[in-house]
Design a binder for this molecule. Structure first.
Ligand code: CU
Length: 293
């Protein structure tokens, strides 16, 4: 027959395991679920926007991996607390234990966190280098932060004039079917599956050129030209916002990138930076071509 002390241990262990599983499954389901915006945020969404570049794909993978670690550690701590509360409660232990040290445990709780940090550090450093080190790029754009809008130039293309990108007001945005405070009157146009170098700078104070679905956030600093890159792997319109608190109209600096097929981009360039038909028709058109292939 089992002693009451053994029974308490078994009950505490079972309760701890149940709590750990519920905590872990709950955190992972809630934390990694939810709707994901494509190129823009969704109402009530809290998860990362869907990836449109290899950098953002890797970034999402590392984010999810770290989230599993966080959920596991939270579940473990919850479970230990539940176990201690049941197993070592005063009623079941009229004579308290005098134990103060345990060499084995101390070694484990020192080494385990170090190993966890190493598991996180390696992929995280790989991603940092992947983001930071420019691959061979096929074209260059320059994004300049002004107070308050973004302007874009194509240094390699003489026939493309500077694009001044101002936000649309509510009425204009609704009329063009674009999201308010994200839609602009001057979008950046780039071809799909192309390595694009982005030079980022600012006229007078700090801004940050940020496109969440590209995994890009690059500071725009006056007097300094920062470099970053992206390779959009799908066509469509991708939105971002200035992500450096830059002043009174910080909220008024949206970013709109239109990724089009290579053929459409060539036509746009040949046309001195103008679409012959509306953007919506072009996107429909290229969609059909992709389906026919
Ligand atoms: Cu700004």
């Amino acid at each position: 027959m089992k002693s009451p002390r053994n029974n308490t241990t078994i009950i505490a262990a079972v309760a701890a395991i149940v709590i750990a599983l519920v905590t872990f499954i709950g955190l992972v389901t809630v934390g990694l679920g939810g709707e994901r915006g494509m190129g823009m945020p969704v109402e009530g969404g809290y998860f990362l926007q869907a990836a449109a570049t290899p950098v953002m794909e890797d970034l999402t993978t590392v984010h999810n991996m770290v989230f599993y670690w966080i959920s596991g550690i939270t579940a473990l701590v919850m479970a230990l607390m539940v176990f201690i509360m049941i197993r070592f409660r005063e009623k079941a232990n009229p004579v308290p234990s005098k134990t103060t040290h345990h060499v084995g445990l101390e070694v484990v709780w020192t080494i385990a966190p170090v190993l966890v940090l190493l598991f996180i550090a390696v992929p995280s450093m790989q991603l940092l280098y992947f983001q930071d080190k420019l691959p061979e790029t096929e074209m260059t754009i320059k994004a300049v932060g002004n107070t308050w809008n973004w302007s874009y130039t194509y240094p390699d293309l003489e026939n493309i004039e500077e694009i001044i990108s101002n936000p649309l007001d509510k009425v204009q945005a609704a009329a063009q079917g674009k999201p308010y405070l994200l839609g602009t009157d001057g979008q950046l146009v780039v071809p799909v599956d192309t390595n694009v170098k982005v030079l980022v700078t600012s006229i007078n104070n700090m801004h940050s050129w940020t496109v969440p679905s590209f995994g890009i956030k690059m500071d725009a600093v006056p007097g300094i030209i920062n470099e970053t890159w992206f390779r959009a792997t799908r066509e469509g319109v991708f939105y971002g916002q200035c992500s450096e608190i830059c002043g009174i109209k910080h909220y008024y600096m949206p970013i709109e990138v239109n990724v089009v097929s290579k053929a459409e981009y060539a036509r746009w360039v040949a046309n001195d930076g103008a679409f012959t038909t509306s953007v919506a028709q072009i996107n429909m058109g290229s969609g059909q071509t992709a389906a026919q292939k």
